[in-house]
Write a protein that binds this ligand. Structure first.
Ligand SMILES: *[C@@H]1O[C@H](CO)[C@@H](O)[C@H](O)[C@H]1NC(C)=O
Length: 239
């Protein structure tokens, strides 16, 4: 009986250790986050220093995947008022942006399989205009969402689509692959600043809301941080 109790104790402990989450603040320069499994129990949350009161925002990131038949969520920002306050999904045909939970589609932008894709998405509450940039091309500008600011303490996830504020994730939007260089800016970057980021020039502007080079994040499940050079060839391919 005692032996059985001990056995149960170890099984429970191992289970807890495996399901553990880890919070860290570090520089992730030249690092990627690997999402190796289609499961809602692997996730990454990014923690900004301050709650939101932004009338404009730019989200930039790079991703690498072989997922084309299904949509996957690259970036999901939920606030108490909107589960998709600023989110970004992709499949082989189109990118989709959500502003205050209203979706808007961008067609004809490239998504390269098994290569780094660099994307930026911008939105401004004054004009209500959204624009996306993917690799070599810029989209047109499209009106989306009510013209109000982003407000409240956000929950930001990578690779998972949030179904509600600090709630669960949607099975059909799980991302598999690598995500890197996530930066969130409190303004609409200029086309030139975005081009510098997309071309991965050394001196691109780092995010002043979320900065990959000084990032507080929580990671769970099989998602893990790895060296970019060890998982993909050298640097971002110039476009
Ligand atoms: C957040 O706060 C930390 C610690 O004070 C600081 O080093 C970092 O630069 C801040 N991040 C942003 C994006 O402002």
């Amino acid at each position: 009986m005692k032996r059985l109790a001990l056995y149960v104790f170890f099984v429970v402990c191992c289970g807890l250790a495996l399901s553990q989450t880890k919070t860290d603040r570090t520089c992730l320069r030249e690092k990627v986050i690997t999402f190796p499994e289609v499961t809602t129990s692997s996730w990454v949350k990014l923690h900004p220093n301050e709650s939101m009161d932004l009338s404009a925002a730019t989200v930039c990131l790079r991703f690498y995947t072989d997922q084309v038949s299904t949509s996957s969520c690259l970036f999901s920002l939920a606030t108490p008022s909107h589960p998709q306050d600023f989110s970004l999904t992709a499949d082989s045909k189109q990118y989709q942006m959500y502003i205050h939970s209203t979706p808007i589609v961008f067609k004809g932008l490239s998504l390269k399989i098994n290569q780094w894709n660099s994307v930026c998405a911008t939105w401004d509450a004054t004009s209500g205009l959204a624009q996306m940039f993917a690799n070599e091309a810029a989209s047109i500008r499209k009106m989306v969402g009510p013209k109000v600011s982003f407000k409240g303490a956000p929950v930001i996830t990578l690779g998972q689509y949030q179904t509600k504020y600090d709630g669960g994730f949607q099975q059909s939007y799980i991302f598999t692959g690598f995500i890197s260089d996530v930066h969130v800016h409190k303004e609409v970057l200029t086309a030139r600043q975005i081009k510098t980021y997309i071309e991965a020039k050394i001196k691109y502007k780092l995010g002043d809301y979320i900065n990959w080079h000084n990032l507080k994040y929580t990671i769970a499940g099989s998602a893990q941080v790895e060296e970019k050079q060890q998982v993909t060839y050298a640097k971002e391919e110039p476009i």
